[in-house]
Design a protein around this ligand. Sequence first.
Ligand SMILES: Cc1ncc(COP(=O)(O)O)c(C=O)c1O
Length: 373
Amino acid sequence: MTAAVARQAAVLATNTRYLHDHLARYIERLTAKLPPPLSVVYLVNSGSEANDLALRLARRFTGRESMIAVDGAYHGHLTSLIAISPYKFNGRGGRGCPSGTYVVPMPDTYQGAFRADDPEAGPKYARSVAEAAARAEADGRPAAGFIAESILSCGGQIVLPPGFLREAYRSVRAAGGVCIADEVQVGFGRTGSAFWAFETQGVVPDIVTMGKPIGNGFPLAAVVTTREIAGAFADGMEYFNTYGGNPVACAAGLAVLDVLESEGLQEKARATGEHLLAGLRRLAGAHPVIGDVRGLGLFLGFELVLDRAARTRAPLQAAYIAERMREEGVLVSTDGPFRNVIKIKPPLAFGPADADLFLNALERILSEDPLRI
Ligand SMILES: Cc1ncc(COP(=O)(O)O)c(C=O)c1O
């Protein structure tokens, strides 16, 4: 990718007033990865820009303003996104939930109201989305849409229970809103079994936002939507984005897709992820401080508890393990509203030998008995 970026930067790095082959080729390659009717692409420069544009699309299409968001979510740093990010507005320095944002509980089958042993947990959690849509309507500010990550990241590496998005999308659409999948963290094959994490829920969103891995560190991000929604947005007010989709960014995007495909990184994420999950489950068997192990592909996490039966959260132990891992040369961090979940999202080049290094370091630290601190 570095070579592709350097080559293009040396030739031409204009703004997007002028069509470039790389742009057309990149959009063809990207849309080929998406199910119909997701066929219109806007290229932007960050995940935040992508989500802000997704909000504009949803609002223009529906003529509505309110949004439904999932508790614990972070969707970006722009003003418009802090307003739909409970992680921020309910976090330190936050000013609480703004009017026009309706928050639904995380479908957390480890700590939430419906647990992993309930096969209907997904649809049961989705009822809160239908209720939020009804509340918005009753307040006289019906929802423009529902935004959710397809696996919750800041919420604590939470895999959505089966049927959650299917039922949530159904009720949002029935109420006249659109459904936005934030794939900024979980897209591009990381989940192993699917290229897009929304596919693991058997749904097709109306708008998908992408970022982070799309440019492997180069500032590139995207919004993909339907012709119908894009058509409503094309109302005469031109959408212009100086750097979005510039030829250098497109060269980066093309090179990322080439590497993902030629090195089979999605399959590698699946296989290494399974190896890691099996290792983490083995460690959980021996160390009661690990209450839950979860995730898909190379998007994993484990939740630390003081007491397995009561599932009492153990943020101090999580911080201790993260710090000790750093001393062992492995970088991990904590997440979830109580910071008691350790998240594991390595680069997709991560292989079985790296996974073993990780597991061995973790095993050493767990044998120090973090529960005694
Ligand atoms: C799920 C999610 N959406 C959106 C964003 C915003 O992306 P960016 O930092 O590129 O603006 C982030 C960033 O952490 C994110 O995790």
